[in-house]
Design a protein around this ligand. Structure first.
Ligand SMILES: NC(=O)c1ccc[n+]([C@@H]2O[C@H](COP(=O)([O-])OP(=O)(O)OC[C@H]3O[C@@H](n4cnc5c(N)ncnc54)[C@H](O)[C@@H]3O)[C@@H](O)[C@H]2O)c1
Length: 347
């Protein structure tokens, strides 16, 4: 049995971490902590657990693992403190706000002989898992180009707060580029078994404003041109200004065909072969923010992946060092946008 504590009791804990831990028969939620005590108390009541007054109180408990689901600026600090107390950590994306923070988290896990996983849930979506398998088996030949998109109307619809911390550079550090871009950058690394080496990015605040009319202090759109180690080129567009249905699609073009992930409402994966054959897969539909909010009980596989790896003594599915590569790309993209030129990613 894995004993778990959850730090940060906002939306992602309410709709993903807490229900998915609770549904896993091999773990028990023991404690919650949030700077906002009432939030921790509400969840503690719902899940028959303890609400802690301080972070140290939770970290001193007899726990195997914790989820770190706080605002982005505090990911590294809280994660390192938990790792230093010998807890395995599942931290939400974006992993941290700087490369140095990512490195300190990876080192703390190593030094304390515990595991660090980053909640890059796109890797677990069924069409992505199947697309990865098909690419590895050579179904579309050598990958030449790709385009990946993640856009929705913005995080204020998710948290229900028009003055959301997601808009505040001090608390979020990044805007759509890291909120959504880190998902799709990590996804491309995973799907192609490759690394983005060069980036040209335009990162802008085009439209999003606070209710009083002042522009938010982070980006709401980012357009990136990527080049990979294996020689593929592609684009990534992430946005908080898609004022309609969410777009969460990825298309990969190879020498022998095309793979389309989440472009069709019925078939989440479509394989189009060079010879005209088409294979359609009805796997799942991407869990949109709207769906997570309305039914609150969709299993992403992230929590089960974390818990099962700990139980079996195996490496977690998205280890910190692997997820940190996408953060290096995001940070290179910021540099590219600031300098208006192509930038090499520093690995
Ligand atoms: N994987 C995904 O698809 C996904 C989706 C949404 C959010 N997230 C990530 O999850 C994290 C939390 O986002 P959310 O949507 O739940 O936000 P939220 O605003 O709903 O909740 C954040 C909570 O953290 C608490 N908090 C902030 N700083 C804290 C600290 N230092 N110590 C203790 N508590 C603290 C706040 O009081 C709040 O209750 C963010 O990093 C976000 O990027 C990931």
């Amino acid at each position: 049995m894995i004993k778990v504590g959850i730090i940060g009791c906002g939306k992602i804990t309410q709709v993903r971490h807490a229900p998915e831990y609770a549904e896993n028969p091999n773990c028990e939620i023991v404690a919650f902590f949030d700077n906002n005590y009432e939030r921790a108390q509400e969840l503690a009541k719902e899940y028959n657990a303890v609400a802690c007054d301080t972070l140290d109180e939770l970290l001193d408990m007899d726990l195997d693992a914790v989820s770190v689901n706080v605002a982005n600026f505090a990911h590294a600090d809280v994660t390192v403190r938990a790792l230093n107390k010998g807890k395995h950590v599942l931290v939400e994306k974006p992993m941290a706000t700087t490369v140095n923070e990512c490195v300190s988290m990876i080192n703390a896990a190593k030094e304390n002989h515990v595991q660090l996983m980053v909640a890059q849930n796109q890797r677990f979506a069924r069409a992505h898992v199947k697309a990865h398998e098909l690419i590895q088996s050579g179904a579309i030949g050598k990958v030449l180009t790709f385009r990946t998109v993640f856009g929705h109307p913005g995080p204020e619809g998710w948290t229900g707060d028009a003055n959301s911390w997601f808009f505040d550079k001090k608390l979020a550090h990044f805007g759509a580029m890291a909120d959504l871009g880190v998902h799709k950058t990590d996804l491309m690394h995973y799907l192609l078994d490759d690394e983005i080496t060069d980036v040209f990015a335009q990162i802008r605040t085009l439209d999003k404003k606070y209710p009083d009319g002042t522009p938010i202090t982070v980006d709401d759109n980012s357009y990136c041109m990527y080049q990979t180690k294996k020689g593929a080129i592609g684009t990534m567009h992430v946005s908080w200004t898609f004022y309609g249905n969410e777009d969460n699609s990825t298309v990969i073009y190879g020498t022998e065909g095309i793979l389309k992930c989440y472009t069709d409402p019925e078939y989440s994966l479509i394989l189009e072969k060079k010879n005209g054959e088409v294979e359609k897969f009805q796997l799942d539909q991407m869990t949109s923010n709207k769906e997570q909010t309305s039914n609150g009980r969709t299993n992403t596989g992230v929590i089960d992946g974390f818990v099962n790896a700990l139980l079996e003594g195996k490496e977690v599915p998205v280890p910190g060092y692997d997820a940190s590569k996408a953060m290096r790309v995001v940070i290179a993209a910021e540099e590219s946008a600031a300098k208006n030129c192509m930038v090499k990613v520093k690995y």
